[in-house]
Design a binder for this molecule. Structure first.
Ligand code: KG4
Ligand code: ZN
Length: 355
């Protein structure tokens, strides 16, 4: 049996997990910082790294206790190397390096996006379909369409050219006065709204598989907020970041429903076209936004291929998914040097283990 301790601190969750063969979850601890960041309406990097530093040793200790293992039982230590907030990544990386040095265990620096991909392998109903498969990663920081041709073999075919899908949810949530993070709040508000109350634009990106959500965000802002008087139009876009007063006649649930409908339509249309063009055998959806029920339903309804989603508790950031990705990297013989550096950006198709 192989047992890997995995650590994740790339954004606003301090997480540790122990993963054994399968891959299977022995423990999975997530300390969320959502309450700390809610007052800023988004993740505040300084606050995030400080909170990681305060809770990392407790979280790792809990993951080991819950797994009922000692460090002698482990085969490797894995940690998210990037992409993410460097100050946050460094807390997890330095902690993992310290552990590796003290125990002599091998260390693996894992790509956070690869973690989201491998969260699928932890789903109870998951069956590995023959490659190639289309991987759709939609989170707060990323929206990527990737053809996966084997374990660790990725071809990025498209992605957002502006806001990530989760970022669009968060920004629209903020302008509608909903709590952070916007994704679950919008999904909740949309339940009692009418999707046809507004006809928001579905971004078209000239035959590519790219996505764009900033036009949609601006359209929502124009429909829902009081127009600025005597200001130039350019400033209107910037107001999406701040709170502008809502129009009196606005029904937040209707706006949320129509926005969610437009965003999921654009995503599903691109994903379906990519799945057809690249003749994939299945579609794997992952990342925080993959928790969205409308997105899951539309994707399953419009594709005649198997579609897989992670269980809800593995959609948003966690260390179990990092451990699952590390499990395959470890089996393939990959190891990271003790002096590896945090990577703020790191495309899945860039294989740093290759040489
Ligand atoms: O994967 P994740 O935890 O963090 C990143 O790696 O970025 O994703 C967080 C994002 C947030 O933007 C949040 O609003 C979104 O996932 N999200 C959702 C839902 N739950 C979380 N978006 C839409 N519907 C949801 N139910
Ligand atoms: Zn993530």
């Amino acid at each position: 049996m192989t047992a890997i301790l995995a650590i994740e601190t790339s954004c606003d969750e301090t997480a540790a997990a122990v993963i054994t063969n399968g891959p299977a979850i022995k423990s999975n601890i997530v300390a969320s910082q959502i309450d700390l960041h809610a007052q800023y309406g988004g993740v505040f990097p300084e606050v995030a790294s400080r909170a990681h530093a305060e809770s990392i040793s407790t979280v790792v200790g809990q993951a080991m206790t819950e797994a009922e293992l000692t460090f002698d039982d482990l085969d490797a230590i894995a940690v998210t190397q990037g992409p993410g907030l460097v100050g946050s990544l460094l807390v997890g990386i330095n902690f993992a390096k310290g552990l590796a040095l003290a125990t002599g265990l091998p260390l693996l620096g894992i790509n956070h996006l690869e973690g989201h991909v491998y969260s699928l392998w932890l789903a109870p109903d998951f069956v590995e379909v023959e490659f190639p498969v289309l991987v759709v990663i939609v989170s707060g920081g990323h929206s990527e369409l990737v053809v996966m041709r084997g374990h660790g073999l990725y071809q990025r075919i498209g992605g957002t050219i502006d806001d990530a899908a989760g970022e669009a949810f968060d920004k629209v949530g903020r302008l509608l006065g909903l709590p952070f993070p916007g994704g679950p709040a919008i999904e909740g508000a949309a339940r009692t709204g009418a999707i046809d109350a507004y006809d928001f634009p579905r971004a078209k990106t000239d035959g590519s598989y790219d996505l764009s959500f900033s036009g949609l965000k601006t359209a929502v802002m124009r429909a829902a907020t009081v127009p600025p008087s005597g200001r130039r139009r350019g400033k209107l876009e910037r107001r999406a970041e701040k709170r502008a007063p809502l129009r009196d006649d606005i029904n937040v649930s209707d706006v949320a429903a129509a926005f969610q409908d437009a965003l999921t339509d654009a995503l599903v249309t691109s994903a379906c076209r990519a799945a057809r063009d690249f003749k994939v055998n299945a579609v794997y959806l992952s990342g925080g936004v993959s928790a969205n029920q409308m997105l899951r339903e539309k994707l399953s309804a419009r594709l005649r291929l198997p579609v897989f989603f992670p269980p809800l508790f593995l959609c948003t950031d966690n260390a179990a998914m990092i451990g699952a990705a590390a499990h395959f990297r470890y089996q393939a013989g990959h190891r990271s040097p003790l002096d590896f550096e945090a990577r703020a950006s790191w495309r899945l198709s860039e294989d740093i283990y290759a040489d």
